[in-house]
Design a protein around this ligand. Structure first.
Ligand code: UDP
Length: 354
């Protein structure tokens, strides 16, 4: 596969990329990124949580297929191959997982299995296609390690608590992907996303930042669950999307798992106050008991922080957009109406400059 360099600024031909879940929040940012570098992009999304409006209505290098992934893969012609496969289709959001665990588990496991089987023989010339699987920091379960390192042990609750099914299904996806790498020679990269935020993210599936911003813009109480001392690290989606093609292209990334996120720690109470300040809101913070916010027995994670050593050393990843900037951009996107154009500000990490 030809990659552009200073001596050879143009790829010899346009790459053909497949992005599953490409109409979703992170997927759509990735698709914009791939289109901007000149790729042909095929998006498969069943629009269960993705939104068609996240993608350009018409772009001559974009093909949009509304379908479940396994159906779409089965319908591709035998000769259809791809240079890069990005698998971002997944059940998202704690509320969805709790409300519908059957389809969440089945979606995560069966769609990933179908994608990997396809990838093993649909690269150029029928070779295995370089593939990136989106995973989640949920895979660490309720480990109390700080920070989370990719090779740490994971700790889950019992199978009688459906909350852990998401973590287990994503962990199984990772096992399967790495097994395809080892047994079938699939060039595979696993990206474990930590809390990803930015314009285009909606609050309906439980994600905290768009929920806080919506309440702040309405000057309504901002609902902080628990005592607000639980902490997270938030990374802008534009930084996350920009590093994925770089991970895909890096030979040193093959067969490995990477944390992708920010390591700046914030408590949820601090996040609420930052949102109030940046949006100049008159909202107050309302503390909501976990038992009222989630189903009884829900276990929230007290602390979640990634160790970014591996992704820094391998591809030079460094988040470039501050959380303050992200909050301001999310506020302007939401106040323009959630169908309004997203700020697709291009972010360039060292190796993505082509
Ligand atoms: N959270 C909150 N209010 C909300 C939504 C979420 O206080 O309206 C809390 C939630 O309990 C968690 C944190 O914000 O501690 C991040 O939640 P999110 O669902 O965005 O991500 P995750 O739990 O996967 O880190």
């Amino acid at each position: 596969m030809a990659h552009a360099s200073a001596a050879n600024p143009q790829p010899s031909r346009r790459r053909r990329c497949l992005v599953s879940g490409g109409a979703g929040f992170i997927g759509a940012h990735l698709v914009r990124h791939l289109l901007a570098r000149g790729d042909h992009v095929t998006v498969v999304d069943n629009l269960s949580t993705g939104r068609r409006i996240n993608l350009p209505e018409f772009h001559e290098q974009l093909r949009f297929i509304e379908a479940d992934l396994s159906h779409a893969l089965g319908a591709f012609g035998k000769g259809e191959t791809f240079d890069e496969l990005y698998h971002l289709a997944a059940a998202v959001g704690v509320s969805l997982i709790i409300a519908d665990p059957i389809s969440s588990i089945e979606t995560n496991v069966s769609q990933t299995s179908a994608l990997l089987r396809f990838a093993a023989e649909r690269g150029p010339g029928g070779a295995p296609a370089p593939t990136l699987i989106a995973s989640s920091s949920e895979v660490y379960g309720k480990s109390t390690a700080i920070p989370f390192r990719e090779d740490d042990d994971v700790v889950y609750g019992p199978t009688t608590k459906s909350r852990w099914s998401y973590a287990m299904s994503k962990a199984l996806d990772e096992h399967l992907a790495l097994a395809y790498g080892q047994q079938r020679g699939l060039p595979i990269v696993v990206a474990r996303f930590f809390n990803t935020v930015g314009p285009g993210q909606v609050g309906e599936h439980g994600m905290v930042l768009p929920r806080f911003v919506e309440r702040a813009l309405a000057h309504a109480p901002i609902e902080v669950y628990g005592d607000g001392s639980q902490s997270r690290c938030f990374c802008d989606v534009r930084d996350v999307a920009a590093i994925l093609p770089t991970l895909m292209a890096s030979p040193a990334a093959r067969g490995r798992v990477f944390n992708v996120g920010s390591d700046r720690v914030l408590t949820i109470a601090e996040l609420a106050h930052a949102v109030i300040r940046i949006t100049a809101s008159k909202s107050r913070v309302a503390m909501i008991r976990y038992s009222d916010a989630y189903a009884a027995g829900f276990e929230d994670l007290l602390r979640r922080k990634p160790d970014l050593t591996r992704v820094r050393e391998t591809v030079g990843f460094e988040p470039s957009i501050t959380l303050e900037q992200t909050i301001a951009d999310v506020a302007s996107w939401i106040s323009g109406g959630k169908g309004s154009p997203i700020d697709w500000r291009a972010v360039s990490h060292p190796e993505t400059k082509r």
